[in-house]
Design a protein around this ligand. Sequence first.
Ligand code: MCA
Ligand code: AMP
Length: 509
Amino acid sequence: MPNPLYDALFAPHEGSPSVFLEMPDGSAFTYAAFLGQAAQFAHALKAAGLEPGDRVAVQIAKSPQALAVYAACVQTGIIFLPLNTAYTATEVAYFVTDSGAKIVLCDESLAEGLTPVAQATGARLETLNGNGTGSFVDLSLTHPTQFETTPRDADDLAAFLYTSGTTGRSKGAMLTQTNLLSNAQTLKDVWHFTSNDVLLHALPIFHTHGLFVGTNIMLLTGGRMLFLPRFDVDQVIALMPRATSVMGVPTFYTRLLADARFNSDLTARMRLFISGSAPMLSETHHAFADRTDHTILERYGMTETNMNTSNPYEGERRIGSVGFPLPDVDMKITDPETGAPLPQGETGMIEVRGPNVFKGYWQMPEKTAQELRPDGFFITGDLGRVDDDGYVYIVGRGKDLIISGGYNVYPKEVEQVLDAQPGVLESAVIGVPHPDFGEGVVGVLVAHDDATLDLDAILASAASDLAKYKCPRRLFVLPELPRNAMGKVQKNALREAYALAFMESVGDS
Ligand code: MCA
Ligand code: AMP
């Protein structure tokens, strides 16, 4: 009985002695060992009473075992729900409650904080640590290293990834087997990945980029990954001569360029550098090409859609553009107000349709209907245009979103936390240029009459509720927020006003 995603990504490698993952300490995991452990995990999930369609929420360090949990979920038909390791227990509580996860897998260090979450929702809490130990591993050890794959339809759900929204409430994007598989197949072809490739993998594996793009492509090809726990310039430079490709966010490339050891000798064997998740400055593109003779290939995607466009592998990679729609992706540029298609060359809302586009938001039919049209087009919230040669340019965001080092921060979520702080009447959260992260989060506060704001205390309190990357790096206080005639806060004015002051403060720190 078929399980299309398992059959394509994992089954062909069962028993294979080829190396799948190489760790920075030189240790290696063959496909056979990896899939043997995944099968044991699959048994453990089943023994815990989970059925196909149930959810497993994981907040665990990047490791081979973490990937094996993903494989086990695919093999059992259980929905994999990875969570950013930076999320606080308050944030995780929402995801676990909303998804109705039956098991929460976390690092031992997080177990104490997450125990009340699990108790409140009735989820079972098990641990899995970055070094491959933990209660979940203990549960799996007595099980066989083979598991009879659970049949699934191509349209069945494989994963939930939560993505925030303009209302501040996160939405669970439901991704089907086809969404993941079709995109991996397309990208493997358009980027010419083969089993000879060695991907230098330094991205986190709880987001689309590191998991469904990087990892799924390598699983599909049977290639190898140099699997770093996180992006570390020294490790990346040490391993680059052995790699053929890198996938990264722009911060990876600016950090490499800031290091004199990064030069064309180091990249001589490299085949492909890919960037996405956030806009790359043209000066970074040019500096990279000057230093290495490689032109970074920029592509564009979203949690809800996987990848939508890519610059060509062969042919001109046009700087400033995210390339062409992928072969199986329909794209149109529409009037953001009316949804009517706009003439060629005009700027409007980017809408996409294809096998990559998600099934909807978990238990949010209204939100789904607002963003996913009945004819299958998804309204991305990104503003773009297409040039005469068909290259797509992202020229702005219709949605109020900050992207910091490739992580999305929705201002509303941060504003809600700031507004609840003592003495704060209201707040506005903006993204301003940041030399390392592309954009940095800044909060502008207005105090209640007579209140004196303790900014350090406010920052400390925000940090207990919000993941660190969402916390404002600076707070400013104003007597009132600038508003237009409609009463809407003029964030552009705030961005202009605070960009310089913020940049100077980054320089000082
Ligand atoms: C870490 N910090 C951050 C970020 N990362 N602050 C803002 N933005 C960030 N992205 C905080 C840390 O908590 C720390 O705080 C301080 O900044 C310095 O940490 P540092 O050691 O420099 O950070 P790092 O561990 O080197 O991480 C930076 C990073 C990482 C390598 C850029 O954030 C990263 O791997 N980003 C990739 C995200 C990604 O995979 N995005 C794909 C989303 P303190 O000093 O106070 O302790 S998927 C997607 O967007 C779509 C589908 C797509 O198109 O791909
Ligand atoms: P996420 O919701 O985390 O999947 O983030 C997706 C968003 O990242 C998109 O809607 C875009 O706004 C942005 N994005 C992804 N890739 C690029 C890129 N190459 N250039 C500009 N923005 C990008």
